[in-house]
Design a protein around this ligand. Structure first.
Ligand SMILES: Cc1cc2nc3c(=O)[nH]c(=O)nc-3n(C[C@H](O)[C@H](O)[C@H](O)COP(=O)(O)OP(=O)(O)OC[C@H]3O[C@@H](n4cnc5c(N)ncnc54)[C@H](O)[C@@H]3O)c2cc1C
Length: 407
């Protein structure tokens, strides 16, 4: 089999395109295969990204047409409608059009020299002598065998190719089903704050959200570990004491469904000639389900690891394991912290969430959290706050609530 490309990337989402961009910048011959005919389409994501994360990736500021809104913080609602707000002094997050964002990263990668093939589905890996040596690509009715020195799997949460490489996918018990839609005619929106609706009644296993856009529009969605997400969304819109007032006359369009892996990074993200990035490797924040920033951070590391392997002409899992070591260094602690936090939040009853929100408001925790330094690396950010009396009291309250519910 003739060498087709040094590196083949499976999937033209943000993780795949950012891997390709970083490889192309290093002068590597890289080809991205995307099964759909247009990058970014169909979109299944709310596009809520941290400003600090985009800065770390070197993507901030984004071209203005990509950014739909910017936010100073979030309002958290308990199941019975109690409210707790955290407002910072400058914009901390933004909502991007995921279609335009994905196209933007693709264009940067192509400008740097990466090649893209659309309508090209990677059907399977080619493996020889225990090494991944390429892929079989289907275009319409034709199939091609194409070789590469490294295959980077950025296929997203389906993890089909990942399993073919013999790696374990994210644990199914931490997979949530999400639904999202564009809502028009939403009432009483504070356009510079995102809204988070907590509680098992509406979104067991994660939460529901309202991400305001200009002109009374918003992205509305939720993720759940049980039941039908669409029915839960209808219930939120009709019955939640706060959300129902805002959404009772709203019209939904572009409804989409997609899973989110909340179990933290998979145990192994590499094998001989193979690396996995982004949702494929479950590089997603277990507290929020946000995966774009973490996936792209790991994509940059994957590009460096593949580059080193090409330089050494050594594609063994031993050489490629450097990828996982660096990813663990960057997000290992925070991902473990967030997974523990997610499991604890999942164990709280709706009554306890109501009480916790009331307690946080009463002790003025919002004043402490106004100084939060980073919302992606939540473990390290919150550890730095341990010295703060309000924060430590809230933490004790939370731990006590959890332990008394789970003796
Ligand atoms: C409802 C919802 C809302 C979300 N909101 C947010 C948010 O606000 N902020 C945030 O950070 N994250 C959010 N996420 C998570 C975020 O969407 C993912 O973490 C992110 O898209 C992962 O990027 P990726 O490139 O790894 O995978 P994807 O974006 O899933 O891209 C994978 C790409 O690979 C292609 N592909 C798959 N298989 C093949 C194949 N065999 N051959 C060729 N191509 C293939 C797919 O077509 C796709 O283009 C949300 C998720 C959901 C479901």
């Amino acid at each position: 089999m003739k060498l087709f490309s040094d590196v083949i990337v499976v999937g033209g989402g943000p993780s795949g395109s950012f891997t390709a961009l970083n490889l192309a910048k290093l002068g590597v011959n890289v080809r991205v295969f995307e099964e759909h005919g247009e990058i970014g389409v169909p979109s299944h994501c709310a596009g809520h990204l941290s400003v600090s994360g985009l800065k770390l990736l070197g993507l901030y500021p984004l071209p203005s047409e990509i950014v739909e809104n910017t936010f100073y913080g979030a309002i958290f609602y308990s199941p019975n409608g109690k409210e707790f707000s955290i407002r910072l002094s400058s914009p901390v997050t933004c909502a991007v059009s995921r279609v335009l964002f994905d196209k933007h990263v693709d264009e940067m990668a192509e400008d740097a020299g990466a090649h893209y093939s659309l309508n090209s589905m990677v059907e399977s890996l080619i493996t020889e002598d225990d090494f991944v040596k390429g892929v079989i690509v289907r275009r319409g009715k034709s199939r091609e065998r194409l070789s590469a020195k490294v295959v980077v799997d950025a296929e997203g949460v389906s993890s089909r190719i990942l399993r073919q490489a013999g790696l374990l996918a994210s644990s199914p018990d931490m997979l949530v089903s999400a639904v999202q839609a564009e809502a028009e005619n939403v009432k009483d929106l504070k356009t510079d704050m995102v809204e988070v609706y907590l509680g098992k009644d509406y979104a067991p296993g994660l939460y529901a959200w309202l991400i305001p856009k200009p002109d009374g529009k918003a992205n509305v969605g939720l993720a759940t570990n049980t039941g039908n997400p669409k029915r839960l969304l209808q219930k939120l819109m009709r019955k939640h004491p706060t959300a129902s007032k805002k959404l009772c006359t709203a019209k939904l369009s572009q409804i989409s469904f997609h899973p989110i892996p909340l179990g933290g990074p998979i145990p192994q993200t590499y094998s001989n000639g193979f690396l996995a990035v982004g949702d494929a490797a479950s590089q997603v924040k277990p507290t929020t389900g946000g995966g774009v920033i973490f996936g792209m951070m790991c994509a940059r590391v994957a590009a460096e690891a593949a580059y080193v392997a090409l330089h050494k002409n050594d594609f063994s899992s031993e050489t490629l394991s450097e990828y996982q070591r660096k990813c663990d260094e960057i997000l290992g602690f925070d991902a473990k912290f967030m997974l523990k936090t997610r499991r604890m939040l999942n164990a709280l009853s709706d009554d306890r969430i109501d009480n916790a929100i009331t307690f946080c408001t009463k002790i003025g925790l919002d004043k402490t959290l106004q100084n939060i330094e980073d919302i992606d690396f939540q473990g390290r950010s919150l550890l730095r706050m341990l010295w703060n009396p309000r924060f430590s009291v809230a933490l004790l309250y939370f731990l006590f609530s959890y332990l008394s519910a789970n003796p």
